[in-house]
Structures are given as structure tokens and as C-alpha cells.
Design a protein around this ligand. Structure first.
Ligand code: AP5
Length: 207
């Protein structure tokens, strides 16, 4: 099954992608994680992406398109995949289509803006594997999965979060209409408990 997780920054895409990947036994492709790895490694791609990411702007389409094309060509994606945070603009969605990639469902996690900010400012992310946690639910300072150190993300400052939300509404939200017309969009209330959202997503994709 080929899935896209759509939603505002902090809507819970990463959290749900991880649960869904386990359940469906398919890999998750997070363009955000790929870009953060490139930034941490100081590669040319990382240097290109760093400023845009830290200021909450989108990385140019051709850069992320290239990452996704390369990743989708790997063997483990043959049985299906979850795209977390891609596409994020209409040209990115058109690129997927031009590549001939079939999408079964686009899961749109709906969360009001005023719920997003505390989620982001309380988020801690594993510096090694990227797993997200929230300080209200997880009190440890190391990752439960790999033991990596947990830290806030550079783009989770309140002013950057506001910019990311603005950009989401301007550039990413039009994708709801795009995939709505394609008949693949499934809207899910993302302002609930994590297991309940997960249950709704499974219901939508296994119906
Ligand atoms: P990316 O890493 O993809 O960030 P994002 O889309 O802004 O989304 P987040 O990772 O912030 O949030 P999420 O929805 O995954 O939520 P999470 O599960 O972590 O991208 C970062 C940057 O990279 C972009 O700004 C851009 O610069 C660049 N980039 C990436 N892809 C790109 C693309 N395609 N094109 C161009 N540029 C691109 O949850 C958030 C917090 O909330 C966590 O603490 C979590 O524990 C908590 N939480 C989750 N679910 C719930 C719940 N149900 N109730 C309460 N708390 C919850």
C-alpha cells in the first residue's frame, strides 16, 4: 500500500507514520528526517537545506524531489511506503504523478493551529533516530528505541512555528483539494489521543 501523510507541522505525521509502518510492515520516508540527517552530516545537500529549515521555510522542490526519487527506487519500497511530509507543494505532487507513482490513500491529519504550538514547543526528538516524544507524556531524556539523546528541534521555536503554519496554509493545504479531486483523500481528526487517531487511520486504509 502506498500512502501519503498530509498535515500541518506538528499534526502528528511522524508519530502516526511510525505506528502505521509497524502495522503495515512498510517503510516510512520522511523528507524532514532525510534533510535533518544531511544537515547533521554537513553534506552539500544539507548546507543547501539548513537555512530554509531553521527559518521554517520550504526547501526547494527539486531538492526534495531528488531525495524522494532516490529513496523510492530502493527495494524495500516495492511492497509499499508511507510518505511523511511529501509532497508539500502542488509541483511536488505533480512530480510524483509524472514519475508514475500510484498513491492509494492520502491521510489528512486535521489539527487546529492553536493546538499545534504547545505540541511543538514540548516536542523532543531523538538526535540519533529522529523518533518524536512530548514532554507531557515522556519524562526520560533518552530515546526508548535506540538510547539516543533527546533534544528540542531547531525549528520548534514559537516564532518559527508560526511561520511554518503560515507556509503550510499557503503552499501545502491546496493539496487537500488536489487529492480530494483524485478521490484518495481521507480526512482524520488529529486532535485526539494518539491510539484513537491510529485506529481511525487503520480503519480508513483497511476499509
Ligand atoms: P518535517 O520534519 O517534515 O516537519 P513538519 O512537517 O513541519 O512536521 P513535524 O515533524 O514538525 O510534525 P509532525 O506532523 O511529524 O508531528 P509529530 O508526530 O512529530 O520538516 C521539517 C522541515 O524540512 C520543513 O519545515 C522544511 O523546511 C523541510 N521539508 C521537509 N519536507 C519538505 C518538503 N516536502 N518540501 C520542502 N521542504 C521540506 O508530533 C509533534 C509533537 O506532537 C510531538 O511532540 C508528538 O509527541 C506530539 N503529538 C503527536 N500526536 C499527538 C496527539 N495526538 N496529541 C498530542 N500530542 C501529539
Amino acid at each position: 500500500m502506498n500512502l501519503i501523510l498530509l498535515g500541518a507541522p506538528g499534526a502528528g505525521k511522524g508519530t502516526q507514520a511510525e505506528l502505521l509502518a509497524k502495522r503495515l510492515d512498510i517503510p516510512t520516508i520522511s523528507t524532514g528526517n532525510c534533510l535533518r540527517e544531511a544537515v547533521a552530516a554537513g553534506t552539500p545537500l544539507g548546507l543547501q537545506a539548513k537555512t530554509a529549515m531553521e527559518t521554517g521555510k520550504l526547501v526547494p522542490d527539486d531538492v526534495v524531489n531528488g531525495i524522494v526519487k532516490e529513496r523510492l527506487a530502493q527495494d524495500d519500497c516495492r511492497k509499499g511506503f508511507i510518505l511523511d511530509g511529501f509532497p508539500r507543494t502542488i509541483p511536488q505532487a505533480e512530480y510524483l504523478e509524472k514519475m508514475g507513482v500510484r498513491i492509494d490513500y492520502v491521510i489528512d491529519l486535521e489539527v487546529p493551529d492553536d493546538v499545534i504550538e504547545p505540541r511543538m514547543t514540548g516536542r523532543r526528538v531523538c538526535e540519533k533516530c529522529g523518533a518524536p516524544y512530548h514532554i507531557s507524556r515522556y519524562k526520560e531524556t533518552t530515546c526508548a528505541k535506540c538510547g539516543g539523546k533527546l533534544a528540542p528541534r531547531a525549528d520548534d521555536k514559537p516564532e518559527t512555528v508560526r511561520d511554518r503554519l503560515r507556509i503550510y496554509h499557503e503552499q501545502t493545504e491546496p493539496l487537500k483539494d488536489y487529492y480530494g479531486k483524485a478521490g484518495t483523500l481521507r480526512a482524520i481528526d488529529g486532535n485526539r489521543e494518539v491510539p484513537e487517531i491510529s485506529r481511525q487511520i487503520i480503519e480508513a486504509v483497511e476499509a
